[in-house]
Design a protein around this ligand. Structure first.
Ligand code: DHE
Length: 679
């Protein structure tokens, strides 16, 4: 039985102003009116407004949001804002201030968001369109009792009623949202929305947040890396609302893909026997860069000696990464649509020589690299890891003919719970054994897949931690360092002995790309990662023989100017570690890059804006380690600002040149450095 606790507000200095007479304005409060705070009605109003998705509000179930300011001490907060000389609103007291911040949130933008200064536009100004006058007064009245007022809720039997949500969608809107979610959102939140790099978005969670709060987050992004889809112009406000409603429905399951279906997509444009037997070009092809032109669905092959674009090759939708064959002559390019393209760099003008689609959603590709007493597997096989369907496919390395599909569905490493839609994240080829290290994200398992007999591969499953994502070798290439990103851990996998060596705790959401290997003046060899969720660049000791006290421990935690970092890079010859802030919500930081000096790894040495638009993303060195290339990820539909690559002198940090007018360049993969895993 619900205990009803009634509390009438008696607030000193309260001015009750008459509501405006026009019917349209009738429903909108012009001033605060005291209401009886009945716990269920308070919770209903907050639930309908979706306030708890962004704010921590004591007493309101599920209100633990970390996007907007913590409202636990609302009255103190309001008093300090009213006293701030930067405050330009009209409120005269706490109630008026709270009401004003709901009706017109951008009048005063507080400094106090959990991850720094709050961004203008983050708090939607639409609550007044969704909530009734009484409901808004309920919000104001309750917030004006904090801290302390949460006692009102203590003994109440409150029911969170999400059935009030109006989430009905027309068929075409549902279809649009379904496809758009798959294309743009599933990568972070999971095909079945169970979360990974981004949080879970299943209806039990999203219905509590509500359409308004979800829309605000989708439109404005978050400081922890959620892109600002509305602000970037990808979604209109209407589309944002459709997506917010879609997220409150059960996720529909996408189709499977058989080997037969894969074979139907397989094309060989130039047969292996018709390809060159030696490089046809006089260029230094080992210093080529394969550059992802994300929204063009292409890679640009750029000559690292001359900065000329040698070829642009059509690959797949939203191209993701390139990996090189063990000899370096072939580039394997994977698109998010699961299309794999094979480009031959020995041709005078590099061309696509084969393609195949092995999934609807993919992120990783790798090749066989082992050459030793068990055989020479260089350039023999390739493997594509899929986000959906949950499998990987092994294919011929020279023709891409797929021949073996292996499901990765299975049980989680922690509770042995079945996962029907786990995704294959990073894959890396061992040089010690004919093995691929395949990381299964949602089960937290690292699979050592032996490809000696690829039709009947033996697989060793190593339990690591949930949400395995990206990673790379430490300097000796014995240990694979992989981020279990939402578990805030780096798993260290010993590829030689086939075991998990360590799980290292890190700050929030490590995102190494492949990481960076360098020698710390105090702790010896280390491997580094930055983080999406914390302004931190850490170094983990990687030398159990020479520096056992530091091995597999975080020996440095270097403060960065912000979170939202995706990549870092260094080179054995370099004195710097370079780091980006691609997914920070601050527009200036998004295009800022920093360097940390290896000689003084206690702080950032220098930061600067790499461009006056777009986002600075991903670094790559040229073959001899003297230059660093940084992508400026612009907008495909903004001529002059579609994107470019900035080339820096690594010694002096001075700019050498800009390779202009590229369509949304992101990852860059130098042939020599990718083959030799130099990072
Ligand atoms: Fe990536 C690597 C997944 C978004 C650029 N990205 C990887 C890897 C995975 C992954 C699993 C490791 C592959 C490997 O080593 O085998 N990426 C994902 C996502 O799930 C995510 C978060 C969301 C999505 O929808 O795809 C995502 N990635 C991005 C981007 O938005 C980036 C910046 C630009 C883009 O392409 O859209 C991007 N990811 C990259 C790059 C690498 C990468 C450049 C390779 C880094 C390297 O140096 O090896």
């Amino acid at each position: 039985m619900r205990t009803k606790i009634l509390m009438t507000l008696i607030l000193s200095g309260l001015v009750v102003v008459l509501w405006a007479c026009s019917p349209a304005a009738d429903s909108q409060p012009k001033a605060f009116e005291p209401v009886t705070l009945e716990p269920q009605a308070v919770v209903d109003a907050f639930t309908k407004g979706g306030c708890g998705a962004c704010h921590a509000i004591p007493g309101i179930p599920g209100a633990v949001g970390m996007i907007g300011p913590d409202l636990s001490s609302m009255t103190t907060l309001a008093q300090s804002h009213l006293a701030d000389s930067a405050y330009t609103g009209k409120a005269g007291d706490i109630n008026e201030y709270i009401l004003e911040s709901i009706l017109d949130p951008d009048i005063y933008v507080t400094q106090n968001c959990p991850t720094g200064v709050c961004q203008p536009g983050l708090m939607p100004a639409t609550l007044k369109d969704i909530l009734s006058k009484d409901e808004i007064n309920m919000l104001v009245g309750y917030l004006a009792t904090l801290p302390g007022g949460e006692a009102l809720m203590a003994d109440s039997d409150i029911v969170v009623d999400t059935s009030v949500a109006d989430i009905a969608l027309a068929d075409e809107d549902f279809a649009w949202a379904k496809q758009t979610f798959f294309d743009r959102c599933a990568g972070c939140h999971g095909t079945m929305r169970k979360g990974a790099t981004g949080p879970a978005l299943t209806p039990d969670l999203t219905l509590q947040k509500g359409t308004v709060a979800l829309s605000a987050i989708i439109f404005n992004g978050t400081p922890k890396g959620m892109p600002d889809w509305g602000k970037q112009g990808f979604f209109s406000q209407e589309q944002t609302d459709i997506m917010a409603k879609y997220l409150q429905h059960e996720p529909p399951a996408p189709p499977e893909m058989s080997l037969e279906q894969m074979k139907a997509t397989w094309k060989v444009f130039v047969a292996p026997e018709d390809r060159p037997t030696a490089p046809q070009t006089t260029r230094n092809w080992e210093n080529y860069f394969s550059v992802t032109l994300r929204d063009a669905g292409q890679v640009a092959i750029i000559d690292g000696d001359t900065y000329e674009i040698v070829a642009k090759v059509d690959t797949g939708y939203a191209v993701h990464i390139s990996r090189m064959s063990a000899t370096g002559r072939y580039v394997y390019v994977i698109g998010r649509d699961g299309k794999l393209a094979l480009v031959d760099l020995w041709m005078e003008i590099p061309e696509k020589v084969a393609e195949v689609q092995t999934c609807y959603d993919a992120r990783s590709v790798e090749v066989s690299k082992y050459n030793g007493e068990l055989g020479d597997f260089t350039d023999k096989y390739a493997i594509v890891g899929c986000y959906w369907p949950s499998h990987f496919t092994i294919m011929d390395g020279e023709t891409l003919e797929p021949f073996k599909v292996v499901s990765v569905r299975g049980y989680t490493v922690d509770t042995n719970t079945y996962v029907g839609d786990p995704r294959v994240a990073a894959i890396i080829a061992s040089e010690y054994k004919p093995e691929w290290i395949v990381n299964v994200k949602e089960t937290g398992q690292v699979w050592l897949v032996n490809y000696q007999d690829p039709m009947n591969p033996t697989i060793k499953m190593i339990g690591a931690a949930l949400y395995l994502h990206d990673g790379g070798w430490e300097a000796t290439k014995q240990y694979f360092m992989v981020a279990a990103n939402q578990s805030n851990k780096i798993a260290v996998v010993d590829a030689l002995n086939g075991e998990l060596t360590a799980l290292v705790d890190t700050p929030a959401i490590p995102h190494p790309g492949r990481g960076a290997n360098w020698i710390d003046p105090e702790f010896g060899p280390v491997w580094s990662t930055p983080h999406l969720g914390a302004p931190s660049l850490i170094a983990i000791g990687t030398d159990p023989e020479g520096n056992p006290d530091s091995a597999w421990k975080v020996v440095r935690d270097i403060e960065l100017p912000g979170a939202g970092s995706l990549f870092l890079k260094t080179h054995p010859k370099s004195k710097w570690v370079w780091v980006d802030f691609v997914l920070n919500s601050d527009e200036v930081l998004q295009r800022t890059i920093c360097v940390v000096a290896k000689a003084d790894p206690t702080k950032v040495h220098k930061c600067w804006e790499a461009a006056d638009y777009g986002r600075a993303v991903h670094f790559e060195y040229n073959q001899d380690g003297t230059e660093v290339w940084v992508s400026i990820w612009g907008a495909a539909d903004q001529p002059g600002k579609t994107g470019e690559i900035v080339v820096y002198n690594d010694e002096t940090l001075e700019e050498i040149t800009r390779i202009k007018d590229l369509i949304t360049p992101t990852g860059k993969f130098n042939v020599y450095n990718t083959v030799h895993e130099i990072y």
